[in-house]
Design a binder for this molecule. Structure first.
Ligand code: IPE
Length: 252
């Protein structure tokens, strides 16, 4: 089986989080070019930014089931997914969209089941599966939001990739103005008061939510990197195994 690397690019990098469905095409194209240069073995997950959070909030999906809210939120993130997939294709990569709504089931907001076999087959055939934060059916609540971060942590738990990297619009986990080189679970009480929510509308918890996912993953022995994907060239370096930003450490 091909060595797998999982890369997530946050919605704040790909979109203007404060303006409804406003894609940052220059960033999407730059990132697509960097990924295309990189080659095979990659699973890409992207966030929703202003393509999902605003709809999810408008329909109050976290509190109340709404079939229309499910459709509108999903359609919105699919529009962003289309832009990402198309930019990757134009850059010379071989992407295909994978929509979590169709292959993931939640219970109480957490992934209970996800069909990952097709994703593995895609990777083995040199395809880059492109997943995204999405709305998904939830056995207990009707519907819920599955963040890209939760997808990353779920996929990483079952696929044990070589590299797990999360590109954000900040330099890493920041504490008292400094980027932390490494975070482990025991550091959380000290730093948690400073972990910000995301700029703009965010229904999945900003840096605090992200770190929660990554520390759970770390507890199972899979470390990950939180880095600044707005810096040109960094994606290639991170996928090449370089440490940048903050390493969220696994139990060794
Ligand atoms: C959220 O996905 C999905 C929806 C709101 C539908 P993410 O939580 O992964 O998105 P970003 O990266 O914070 O924008």
């Amino acid at each position: 089986m091909t060595e797998i690397k999982i890369l997530k690019i946050g919605g704040s990098v790909l979109t203007d989080k404060n303006r409804l469905e406003s894609a940052r095409m220059d960033e999407i194209e730059r990132i697509a070019a960097e990924i295309a240069k990189y080659g095979s073995g990659l699973i890409l997950v992207h966030g929703a930014g202003s393509f999902g959070h605003i709809h999810a909030e408008r329909y109050n999906l976290a509190e109340r089931f709404s079939a229309e809210g499910v459709l509108e939120t999903h359609r919105s993130v699919v529009r962003l997914n289309d832009l990402v997939v198309e930019s990757l294709r134009m850059a010379g990569s071989s992407p295909v969209p994978v929509h979590p709504l169709s292959c993931t089931l939640l219970r109480d907001g957490r992934i209970e089941a996800m069909e990952t076999e097709p994703v593995i087959e895609m990777v083995n055939r040199g395809i880059v599966p492109v997943l995204h934060g999405d709305v998904a059916m939830d056995r207990s609540r009707g519907a819920g939001i599955v963040s890209g971060d939760q997808l990353v942590s779920h996929l990483a738990r079952s696929l044990k990739p070589e590299i797990v990297a999360l590109g954000t619009a900040v330099d890493g986990v920041i504490f008292r103005g400094e980027v932390l080189a490494e975070v482990r679970r025991e550091d959380l009480p000290k730093i948690s008061s400073e972990l910000g929510a995301s700029a703009g509308v965010d229904v999945t918890g900003g840096m605090r939510g992200k770190l929660g996912e990554l520390l759970d993953l770390a507890d199972e022995g899979v470390g990950s990197l939180v880095f600044n994907a707005e810096k040109a060239g960094i994606i290639e370096r991170v996928l090449g195994g370089e440490r940048a930003g903050t390493f969220v450490g696994g139990k060794i």
